[in-house]
Design a protein around this ligand. Sequence first.
Ligand code: EPU
Length: 336
Amino acid sequence: MHILHDQPAELYSTFRLKTRLASVIEVSCLADLVQLDTTAAPLVLGEGSNTIFLQAQTKPIVRFTGANITEHWLDEHSCLLHVEAGHNWHQLVSLAVQQQLWGIENLALIPGSVGAAPVQNIGAYGVELADVCAYVDYYHWQTKSIQRFAVSDCAFGYRDSIFKHQLAGKGIIVALGIMLSTVAKPVLSYQGLDTLPLNSTINDIYQQVIAIRSSKLPDYRQLANCGSFFKNPVISSHAYQQLQARYPAIPGFKLNNRDVKVPAAWLMDQQGFKGYRHNDIGCYAKQPLVLVNHGNGMAEELLALIADIQSKVYQAYQITLEPEVRLLNSDGQHYV
Ligand code: EPU
């Protein structure tokens, strides 16, 4: 166990607002976890690529840094990887691609740790974690023991899971089981991958995803950001048809007979937010859904921009944009 006191928050959030964290405790195994005083539930953090500290954090922060991987071959084609939560997600994808193991190549270059992946069921280019996740191992603060959740018990949804709801604040993810296959299963339906040949190799897809992401999304090491800031809203087909009558160009992706997902990026783009900047807080010029901090952004400025975006989008389309990013107050509570 490794305890760091009074840390700069910029080191622990890729949005890099300047504030302080009272303590960061790094644990790497069950023995470390059992020793932790968890009478008051600590705050859990991965690599900080989806968390913004709006204020100085008084709660202790726990990070699981164990990163071992064990391979279990279930038959000649199916490989179950048991991956500890502290492993970096993109490095895991790269490793799977090197070994020609199919399943997560579309999820290349997503920042963050393996342990954070199930919390919001990370997804991109037609694949989401739920498609390959076999189980999640979760350590409960109260019982001081690990429970294995089968994928069917994780309540995975669009950027959603049981870890955001019933289990929020109750413990920490320590490992995942990820089921991969030597059998080629290219998912090429998403725009940008649909131009690839059907017999594309795992490496072709991996490289294409990296190329698309690098061209559309800023690298947080160069320009601080937390990826997509809002979720893409899901509205009823009826509401969508009404909007289409007023805005014929509005894109929509039919999810089923009742629901349509509308790109938040389009709604924001139409309201003029692409490349918007006030002092050091703004929207990325190539993808307005990504809010950025040009260096010295302040929490108040970020909150003002969120309110401005939500109000303009609501006035025009009667749609409420919900943040996808976790915004935290001083005591680790969610701001919204
Ligand atoms: N669009 C615009 N203007 C723009 C950019 C996009 O109008 O400047 C519209 C276009 O209609 C475009 C649509 O938005 O077709 C969708 O854009 P894009 O394919 O870039 O994806 P997204 O919906 O903005 C989602 C995820 C991303 C994920 C990509 C690819 C959410 C909130 N975001 O973005 O995830 O990488 O699809 O699958 O679901 C993240 O969660 O941090 C993230 C980056």
